[in-house]
Ligand binder design. Structure first.
Ligand code: GLV
Ligand code: GLV
Length: 321
């Protein structure tokens, strides 16, 4: 019997065809609608490999169902949707998609930073709403990136790629990370700071960290209150890094100026979420790695990892060795 791969999201046919060469493939038929949980659990029963997205929680109930599974291949670099310890205890391999998305994700972070600093969303709406009457000396005046101090929380590969871009804008780059990154300090000229110093000194604070027990809720009432009142917060990590009600309050109380977010706590965001009524907050729908080329590279990496797992070889990008 051929091994079966369950693919939890509709992917381009060329990748499905590749997988059909080495396995039977069961693909969910929607790109934007996640598989209902029951359906996912039912169809994972026979699977040797499941290709998952952040929408699929890989927990005890999954392992109760997917009794034949050897590999969980996550189409993302982050894997906070997966109980890694549990997977390990079941002898199940977990893979992610590091490296291939680093530069693209850093670019989105950079785009968000520029967009918020120069109030581009407000400016576009201003024009569309027919409000453009004349050139105004301080019309939609924003903030400079060049020469500013930027604090990067999380100096992994995305943090480094982000810092490299800032250098081109002549920014003073500070960082905070679980461990010192001496190589990045030498190569990129970034400066390690305590969390408190990073918060108080930065004009922009950018979260690029993975979500863990340690980083969860890191951006809260206390941390926002330490930032400059002119600071802009950018999040390309996970929504769970932020206590959202504290962010709203910090902006309303003028403790910080604004925020640009690729991620929110509960995705997709609710239509009545208060963020959506605030000019000072920009939200985009978790598109950090979403360039066509990078998404193709991520999917290809998933296909290659699935093939390795099915053949009993070491996968290319295992999360748990
Ligand atoms: C997206 O957020 C990812 O982790 O790849
Ligand atoms: C603006 O367009 C300027 O010329 O200052």
């Amino acid at each position: 019997m051929r091994d079966k791969i369950l693919v939890a999201r509709l992917l381009p046919q060329e990748f499905i065809d590749q997988m059909k060469q080495f396995a039977e493939v069961d693909v969910w038929d929607s790109e934007l609608e996640p598989m209902p949980r029951e359906e996912f659990l039912k169809r994972s029963k026979e699977a040797t490999v499941v290709i998952t997205t952040l929408s699929e929680k890989i927990d005890q109930s999954f392992f109760d169902s997917a009794t034949n599974v050897k590999g969980v291949v996550n189409l993302a670099v982050g894997y906070d949707n997966i109980d890694l310890e549990l997977a390990k205890s079941k002898g199940v391999i977990v893979t992610n998609t590091p490296d291939v998305l680093t530069e693209t994700t850093a670019e989105l972070g950079f785009t968000l930073m520029l967009t918020a600093a120069r109030r581009i969303v407000e400016a576009v709406e201003y024009v569309k709403d027919g409000k453009w009457q004349s050139w105004g000396p301080y019309l939609l005046a924003g903030q400079d990136i060049h020469g500013s101090t930027v604090g990067v929380y999380g100096m992994g590969s995305i943090g480094e790629a982000f810092a490299r871009r800032l250098k081109g804008f002549n920014c003073n780059v500070l960082y905070h990370n679980r461990s010192r990154k001496e190589k990045a300090e030498q190569e990129l000229g970034v400066t390690y700071k305590s969390m408190d110093d990073l918060l108080t000194e930065s004009d922009f604070v950018v979260c690029t960290a993975p979500l863990t027990e340690e980083t969860k809720g890191k951006f809260n009432k206390e941390t926002f209150s330490k930032m400059k009142s002119s600071a802009i917060f950018v999040n390309i990590g996970r929504g769970g890094h932020v206590i959202e009600s504290d962010l709203i309050e910090a902006i309303k109380q003028n403790e910080i100026r604004g925020a640009a977010l690729d991620v929110v706590e509960n995705e997709p965001i609710a239509n009545d979420h208060p963020f959506l009524n605030m000019d000072e907050i920009i939200v985009v729908p978790h598109i950090g790695s979403s360039s066509i080329e990078t998404r193709n590279n991520m999917v290809q990496l998933c296909v290659d990892n699935a093939e390795k797992i099915i053949n009993g070889d070491s996968p290319i990008t295992p999360v748990n060795k």
